[in-house]
Design a binder for this molecule. Structure first.
Ligand SMILES: Cc1cc2nc3c(=O)[nH]c(=O)nc-3n(C[C@H](O)[C@H](O)[C@H](O)COP(=O)(O)O)c2cc1C
Length: 210
């Protein structure tokens, strides 16, 4: 399916799959992923780098029709409740934010919540880019009650669900609400490099910016 979402001007020089990645909101609600495909996506996350190789990420695999999917759906924000459930699978991405209370773990194993959230983001990026490379589409989302979802799924207090990653193939716009159709066509924009890259001091332009 060709469309005007990617690459946007400025992104043409990127390598695939970064070049063509974007986050669609209209998934095919009939499509399912094979176990092997889901395993490949998890393998991409598995091979992300992490501090001390602690791999502080866990994913609840919520396939459409599964008990985990049933646990998530009531906690989606209004804006996400239409499009997320249509995806073939949602990965609920969690990391450890506090040391284990019973100290059964090696105390050195917990590197800190910020380090762990950073690592989880890397794993999520690996998973989403692998999805793109496989001809699938991924759309991450934070708009849901993560605490209630975590409770429903039995996530321990020292771990926190940080985001969901909806993966599937693109679906028929006629099957979704106007709101979700509109969301699909929002213009994709980015801050200019001069706003995100500094040189000698915080706030001073990096030399590569005109
Ligand atoms: C941590 C995170 C949370 C997000 N939360 C939502 C969300 O709740 N609902 C939504 O529709 N999109 C959500 N998004 C998708 C972003 O809106 C989207 O990635 C951004 O607008 C850039 O668009 P692009 O992915 O097409 O480049 C989220 C993305 C990330 C990484």
């Amino acid at each position: 399916m060709t469309d005007s979402h990617a690459p946007m001007p400025g992104a043409e020089s990127l390598a695939e799959p970064m070049r063509s990645r974007w986050s669609p909101s209209i998934f095919d609600a009939e499509h399912t992923l094979s176990t092997a495909e889901i395993r490949t996506l998890l393998t991409a996350a598995q091979w992300a780098p992490s501090s001390g190789n602690m791999q502080p990420w866990r994913f609840v695999v919520a396939e459409r029709g599964s008990a985990a999917h049933d646990a998530l759906r009531p906690h989606l924000s209004r804006g996400n409740s239409g499009w997320v459930p249509r995806a073939s699978v949602v990965f609920l991405a969690a990391t450890q934010v506090e040391p284990e209370p019973d100290e059964t773990d090696d105390p050195r194993a917990f590197k800190g919540a910020d380090v762990n959230i950073y690592a989880l983001g890397q794993a999520a990026a690996h998973l989403t880019l692998e999805a793109q490379a496989m001809g699938l589409w991924a759309h991450q989302f934070g708009g849901f009650d993560k605490s209630a979802t975590g409770d429903a799924l039995g996530v321990p207090a020292s771990w926190r669900i940080v985001a969901g990653i909806a993966v599937g193939v693109r679906g028929n716009p006629a099957e979704v609400s106007e709101r979700d159709q509109e969301r699909e066509h929002r213009e994709r924009r980015r801050k200019p490099v001069e706003e995100i890259a500094y040189g000698d001091r915080w706030g001073s332009p990096w030399r590569g910016v005109d």
